[in-house]
Design a protein around this ligand. Sequence first.
Ligand code: JCQ
Length: 234
Amino acid sequence: MKVDVLTLFPGMFAGPLDESIIKRARDEGRLELAVHNLRDYTHDRHKTVDDKPFGGGPGMLLKPEPLFEAVEALRGPETRVVMLGPSGRVFTQAVARELSKQSHLLFLCGSYEGFDERVREHLADEELSIGDYVLTNGNLAAMVVIDAVTRLLPGVLGDDASSVEESFSSGLLEYPHYTRPAEFRSWRVPEILLSGHHAQIEAWRREQARLRTLERRPDLLAGAAEKPGLPKPD
Ligand code: JCQ
């Protein structure tokens, strides 16, 4: 998958996407990531990317011209152009799966108060939000989306890690996990996990996942109840 990012702060992308699984995906050519500075698509002496809002009010907006010029230079026949901002469709695992099927993503990272509305209406295919809070700019949000999508690309995860995604798609939270030692500072691992009774362990884990989801995320259980064959809330 090809991923382009348009940003005013290209340096922010250096660390987080140069480590671990994302680094390996890039080294193996499964993710081809390029970060571009929006200022490179200006033409005036001061490389102006923002301006005051018509009608007044606080803050500055990204001007449409550099964004249109950059997207028109970078996009191809299969590009999906995604803006990031708190007014977007909420990004979920289902959206990550959907984006992972695209061949080319182009992310627009807003700063200041946001974009001129014509970018939203006539340039981006959609706006995504990573949650109900306000960030200083769209860069961290873009990195979250890139991370979640990249680990779904073919060959990026080993078999071990892919089960975590399967568990999430069951609509439940993960059951509790333990490793050695069996007793740490007097806290013992649940005896059932040491018993070797695989069927009972599986039943225990399913019940723990259900209880944990009921306790922390009852909204997810409502969704899981729609899916046939999954545990239902009491
Ligand atoms: C992304 N959840 C929050 C901040 C305006 C497009 O306009 C704006 C974009 C931002 C940066 O993104 C977020 C965000 N998902 O704050 C203000």
